[in-house]
Ligand binder design. Structure first.
Ligand SMILES: Cc1cc2nc3c(=O)[nH]c(=O)nc-3n(C[C@H](O)[C@H](O)[C@H](O)COP(=O)(O)OP(=O)(O)OC[C@H]3O[C@@H](n4cnc5c(N)ncnc54)[C@H](O)[C@@H]3O)c2cc1C
Length: 333
């Protein structure tokens, strides 16, 4: 890895592609070491699958919906330290879900929303949203990164954090060769799909406190009342997640069909008419298997590190740990 071994990390510039939890946490670690780091994300807002959206209604108030990750758990002590610091700052709190009566697992969520955790991480970072990277070229000992809108970023080192199929597509478009065995391992990792329906109700839902229920029915895997959760103070905002089987089977179905199916399945918890709704399709919801190492390093033609939730653990904690490990590698190489 020529430029990494001949320069110290602090003299290099880093471009992080993807402003989800893995990319943002890696960028904060580099920034804290006074390293020049830029984050680009194709989304209108950062956070990736830590996603929150609003539906406004003049009569029934504004609904605020967490519609990607709903909560996260902690096993790793380094992640626990970070979560504790977020709790102290009022960004994160425990959510007293009781999925299994015997489980001692603690659930956490963003206080004002899950996306707010990403916003907190992005404070004092150089972040560019609405910036979709289409390819990159190694030219004169640095990367030239092209975006959909024909902007160019340059950097010595790239950190790639999109879901793996999107990362593989970017590498292919950029004509970066992967060792065949590595490519095969990465291609074998598939993600489950999830169709989310965001419903604004006329009346409070029947979902009991604290506002989230894991389901294993024919259609639904999850239902949450964002008002009882405490993130939607005005509107009765309910998030419904279709299970992987329904999501796969009805991926191409029209929104009305999908919403009606989910509302029928959820009727005992809704208990009210739906005033407005939106449908969101998560093509890459959660990886079904993981790579098994915390990140991947590519050296030719220039330095690239790949990380994200498909590396060690298919969830928020895994995304953070992979991002931390990738940043540690870059600092210590
Ligand atoms: C419906 C749903 C429910 C979930 N529930 C839970 C849960 O309850 N608990 C839990 O722990 N986890 C849950 N997860 C998983 C969790 O959200 C993810 O594991 C984690 O957020 C992944 O973070 P990441 O940074 O690896 O990827 P992402 O959050 O996907 O971030 C990648 C970013 O890359 C950007 N990007 C992609 N391509 C480009 C490009 N070409 N140019 C620029 N930017 C690009 C994307 O816009 C995105 O912001 C859920 C996910 C979904 C979708």
């Amino acid at each position: 890895m020529s430029s990494l071994t001949t320069s110290t990390a602090s003299t290099l510039s880093y471009l992080v592609i993807g402003g989800g939890m893995s990319g943002l946490i890696a960028a904060t670690v580099l920034r804290d070491r006074h390293i020049q780091v830029t984050v680009v994300d194709k989304g209108r807002a950062i956070g990736g699958r830590m996603a929150t959206r609003r539906i406004k209604n003049a009569q029934y108030g504004e609904g605020v919906f967490d519609y990607g990750a709903q909560y996260f758990t902690v096993q790793n002590s380094r992640f626990q330290g970070l979560v504790n610091s977020w709790i102290q700052k009022g960004i994160v709190k425990q959510w007293s879900l009781n999925h299994h009566i015997l489980s001692k697992e603690v659930y956490y969520r963003g206080v004002s929303s899950n996306r707010a955790i990403a916003h907190h991480l992005a404070e004092n970072l150089d972040v560019h949203t609405n910036t979709r990277v289409v390819s990159f070229t190694w030219l004169d000992d640095h990367w030239q990164v092209q975006t959909e809108t024909n902007d160019t970023f340059s950097a010595d080192v790239l950190l790639l954090t999109p879901p793996l199929p999107q990362t593989l597509e970017l590498l292919e478009r950029s004509q970066i060769q992967l060792p065949p065995e590595t490519k095969q391992r990465l291609e074998q990792i598939v993600y489950s799909r999830c169709i989310a329906v965001l419903a604004l109700l006329a009346q409070p839902s029947q979902i009991p406190n604290p506002g989230g229920i894991q389901l294993d029915g024919n259609l639904l895997s999850w239902i949450a009342c964002n008002r009882k959760k405490g993130i939607s103070p005005q509107g009765n905002a309910v998030t419904l997640h279709a299970n992987p089987k329904f999501s796969e089977t009805h991926w191409e179905a029209d929104n009305t069909f999908i919403a009606n199916q989910l509302f029928a399945a959820a009727s005992p918890w809704l208990g009210s008419s739906v005033i407005d709704y939106q449908v969101h399709r998560w093509r890459y919801s959660q990886p079904q298997t993981v790579y098994g190492e915390a990140y991947l390093v590519l050296t030719e033609p220039g330095p690239i590190v790949v990380c994200g939730d498909a590396f060690i653990q298919p969830n928020v904690e895994g995304a953070v740990l992979s991002g931390l490990a990738a940043a540690d590698y870059l600092l210590n190489v």
